[in-house]
Every structure is written in C-alpha cells, then in structure tokens.
Design a protein around this ligand. Structure first.
Ligand code: ADP
Ligand code: ADP
Length: 227
C-alpha cells in the first residue's frame, strides 16, 4: 500500500466562542513510499493544517489518515517535521536542540551524535554547535530546525515552507541538499511551498489546493530530469 493514505479528510477548527472554520474539506491523497510530493496554494487553503494532521500534532475532524500502515492518533516516531519557523528551545544549545527528537523518543544519544554533527555541517552550521539560538540569525536557526527534523533518520519528512526565511542562494543550496538527502535516504517527502518553480523542480507530483474550504483542486504529475 501507499506510505501516506488520506481518505475523505475534513478539518473544522472550533473556537471557545463557538466560531467554526472549515479548513479542509474532502481531502483524499495517497503518497507512495519514496515519493516527493509538494503542496502549493494560496494562503489559508489549509496546507499547514494538512501537514499538522499528518504530523499528528492536531486531530482531524473526520476521514482516515494512515502513515506506514498505522492509523494516525498522534505523532509517529518515523515522521520528521520542519516548521515554517525554527521554534528552537532558547535555553538549549544548537546541538542540544538538534538532539531533542532523540531524547523525546528515548533513543541512544551516542548513536546519533555524529549524525547531528554531520547534518549541522551539511547546512553550514559547523562551529555553531555550542551557541544558543539567540546568537544565530533567523535563517541559521531555521537550518538548525531542519537538522532537528532529520536527526532521527525519519522515513517520512514533512516540511512547511522550510526555506521561506532563507536568502535566495541558501535556499537554492538547501533545495539541492534536500534532493540529495531524499535520493540517499529513500525517504518520503511532503513539502509545502509558495514557490511553484521549486515544487516543479523538486517533486514527483504537485498537489494544488484552493481555499474556503481547503480542497485539492488538481494533482499534477511532474516528469522532468533531476539535476
Ligand atoms: P501561513 O503562512 O501558513 O499562511 P498563517 O499566518 O495563516 O500561516 O498561520 C500562522 C499560525 O497561526 C499557524 O500555526 C496557524 O495554525 C495559526 N492560525 C492561522 N489562522 C488562525 C486563526 N484564525 N485562529 C487561530 N490560529 C490561526
Ligand atoms: P495555509 O497553511 O494554506 O495558509 P492554514 O492551514 O494555516 O492554511 O489555514 C487554513 C484555514 O484554517 C484558514 O482559514 C485559517 O485561518 C484557519 N486556521 C488555521 N489554524 C487555525 C486555528 N488554530 N484555529 C482556527 N482557525 C485556524
């Protein structure tokens, strides 16, 4: 079966005052193992909501969502999520932040320390391991957040506008590195991006969403040679 299987998924946000927003309506999407899927669409179409549901961070209102054969009821250990902004813990060093998933999942620290260093080097943060988040620029913090999402070698990587805050050159470099990580790890990737050229460059398929309520308008197969 597919790696990610979403069927007839709806999401309604309800506030304490009784207001309701239907953020997602009737979302059905299968993602194959090892596939790279991008999600594009205007602000408010539910991209972040869909990723948060797949990450197990918020509940769906109805429908089914299965990752690697497991029905979603919370975060799964084989899933890594990169957020729009890095949300690092200010009292921990960069290295300490990258190791957070290892500790949360109760994995053996020493098995992942080298990988954490390698990832930090990959994103150009070698030498910053012992610094604190406030000592780094926003873009550097975001790159540390990417390392944190990848440190436990997740087989599914969910990314919400991960490079949005980076300058154009770093962004292009990170896209190339992302392709390399993807090719080497065989991971399944779902990327939310505002950039259609980026989606086309990186993905096997592009999911186009429309707002009010958030729906899938179209799914486009991309068949281009990769760099
Ligand atoms: P995006 O860049 O995806 O458009 P937003 O600015 O819409 O992000 O949302 C930023 C954060 O605020 C998200 O975590 C989202 O869940 C939350 N959020 C967005 N709209 C509302 C809302 N109406 N009420 C409460 N939280 C919201
Ligand atoms: P996108 O990521 O495509 O910008 P979002 O998933 O952030 O879209 O938001 C989809 C819709 O849900 C928007 O109308 C937004 O205002 C609403 N929304 C998002 N988060 C919340 C929240 N925590 N509470 C209430 N409404 C929300």
């Amino acid at each position: 079966g597919p790696c990610i299987a979403v069927q007839d998924l709806d999401k309604v946000y309800r506030t304490r005052t009784g207001d309701e927003t239907q953020a997602l309506s009737d979302i059905s999407l299968d993602v194959r193992y090892g596939e790279f899927v991008s999600i594009v669409g205007p602000s408010g179409c539910g991209k972040t909501t869909l990723l948060k549901i797949l990450a197990g961070l918020i509940p769906r209102s109805s429908g089914t969502a299965v990752i690697a054969g497991q029905e979603l009821r919370g975060p799964l250990p084989q899933v890594g999520m990169v957020f729009q902004s890095a949300t690092l813990l200010p009292w921990r060093t960069i290295f300490g932040n990258v190791m957070v998933p290892i500790e949360i999942q109760g994995r053996e620290r020493r098995h992942y320390e080298q990988r954490a260093r390698d990832l930090l080097q990959l994103v150009g943060l070698d030498g910053f391991e012992d610094k604190y988040p406030h000592e780094l620029s926003g873009g550097m913090q975001q790159r540390a957040g990417i390392c944190r999402a990848l440190v436990h070698e997740p087989s599914v990587i969910l990314m919400d506008e991960p490079f949005g805050a980076l300058d154009a050159m770093t962004r292009e470099y990170m896209n190339m590195e992302l392709l390399r990580i993807w090719a080497e790890s065989g991971s399944t990737i779902v990327l939310v991006t505002h950039s259609i050229p980026e989606a086309v460059l990186l993905s096997d398929r592009v999911v186009v969403m429309t707002p009010r309520p958030g729906k899938i308008a179209e799914i486009i197969d991309i068949d281009l040679p990769r760099p």
